[in-house]
Design a protein. Structure first.
Length: 400
């Protein structure tokens, strides 16, 4: 049995599988929560209420997904799922009427699991304790990629509960945001604010990958480079792993390529191309170089790696490239040097983090986007890589 972390995926093949959710204490978990399976199209939306399977509606319209009560698990015939269904989301919510203040954090453990039809354990996804402050959640997804079904550990929570989860799947318009402090820096947003980051094109049809935090709260999103400017529309998002997929209104000039084979190695030379400091450094992309300095991120987070190429605010969401110009990560954050100085009296230099390419590739597979990849090749001059990256790296400008 394999244990997954958020963002990881594994193939399931076909046939019949059983998917379920468990929590401890068991009796409290059963009394306070409810699970469901949501059949989704390529756009990530449900067609109608018949695509929700739960104890209240224990069978999908085609019979490929069935809820087994009192076991509290879903029996899924993967080969019988209709072609128009691209993903099946496994969701968990706190029951309406539960004690005030009940969140997933009151439970000692929460995990999603998969077995084959004979009951043999295949996969388990234990929800990290840091992801339990919500009242509704997409725990995992089963999705098609190149004709094969895969399971993806998600863990995307919704503090606003069932209403926000339903809105996410297109069941009704989302509620207007409540007044108060914004998550961005803890300050109140004005009625019109602007913020920016970096993204890069991963498909000829104009799909752009970036960080979720780059576009969070945006009402309008634009892609800009020295050669073009166009609108972007959100397509798919994973706040847990800080990834977001956008689609441009027009094709972009170039497409990035991911590296096949071995992941980034400790000490390997890397290049960052992006649009830092909101254009203060000029309207064109900025290029920095460095090395992979650690294969784990802050707090021993194995989803991230650490690198030394200098980054600034605005580099978030850009590609981390190897010596041949292939993507080995997505730039996500830098160490808060002010905070570290307050704690230690030292000022760290060039401690930056990127989401590993394997996680980004799994995210794109779950979204149904075919990306380009190639095996490692001989290193090239940074100037040649930068010239190539200008065609697929864009500044992302947001208004909220």
């Amino acid at each position: 049995m394999q244990e997954l972390q958020p963002g990881q995926n594994r193939p399931l093949g076909g046939g019949r599988v059983v998917v379920g959710v468990a929590g401890e204490p068991r009796e409290d978990f059963a009394a306070r929560t409810q699970i469901g399976a949501v059949l989704l199209g390529n756009d990530g939306r449900v067609r109608d209420i018949a695509d929700l399977v739960s104890a209240d509606q224990p069978r999908s319209r085609d019979g490929s997904v069935m809820f087994a009560d009192p076991a509290g698990e879903f029996q899924i015939h993967l080969d019988a799922v209709p072609a128009e269904v691209a993903r099946i989301a496994l969701v968990l919510t706190v029951k309406p009427g539960a004690l005030p203040g009940t969140t997933f954090g009151v439970f000692a453990t929460i995990r999603a699991w998969v077995t084959d039809a004979a009951g043999k354990s295949l996969l388990v996804f234990p929800l990290p304790p840091t992801s339990r402050g919500e009242t509704a959640m997409i725990l995992a997804e089963l999705y098609r990629h190149q004709g094969q079904w895969k399971f993806r550990a998600v863990g995307q929570g919704f503090a606003a509960g069932l209403a926000a989860l339903a809105a996410h799947f297109g069941l009704h318009p989302p509620e207007p945001p409540a007044a108060g402090p914004s998550a961005r820096g803890g300050a109140e947003r004005a009625s019109e604010t602007a913020f920016s980051g970096t993204g890069f094109c991963v498909h000829p049809d104009g799909y752009v990958l970036t960080n979720h935090h780059v576009i969070e709260g945006a009402r309008e999103i634009l892609a800009r480079s020295p050669r073009q400017r166009c609108a972007l529309e959100p397509v798919f998002s994973d706040p847990t792993n800080d990834l977001a997929l956008l689609r441009a209104a027009a094709p972009l000039a170039g497409v990035a390529t991911f590296r096949d084979g071995p992941p980034a190695r400790l000490g390997e030379a890397v290049i960052v191309v992006g649009y830092p400091l909101g254009g203060l450094l000029g309207s064109g992309p900025q290029v920095t170089t460095g090395n992979v300095s650690s294969l784990i991120g802050p707090g021993d987070d194995t989803r991230a790696l650490q690198f030394t190429a200098p980054t600034q605010s605005g580099n978030s969401g850009g590609p981390l490239l190897d010596g041949d110009g292939a993507v080995v990560g997505v730039v996500s954050s830098k160490l808060n040097v002010v905070r570290v100085h307050e704690m230690t009296g030292d000022i760290p230099q060039n401690v930056n983090f990127a989401i590993k390419a394997a996680l980004a590739r799994g995210f794109l597979e779950a979204a149904g986007v075919d990306y380009r990849s190639r095996l490692p090749r001989a290193a090239r001059a940074a100037a040649d890589i930068a010239a190539e990256a200008r065609d697929f790296v864009v500044k992302i400008e947001c208004r909220g």
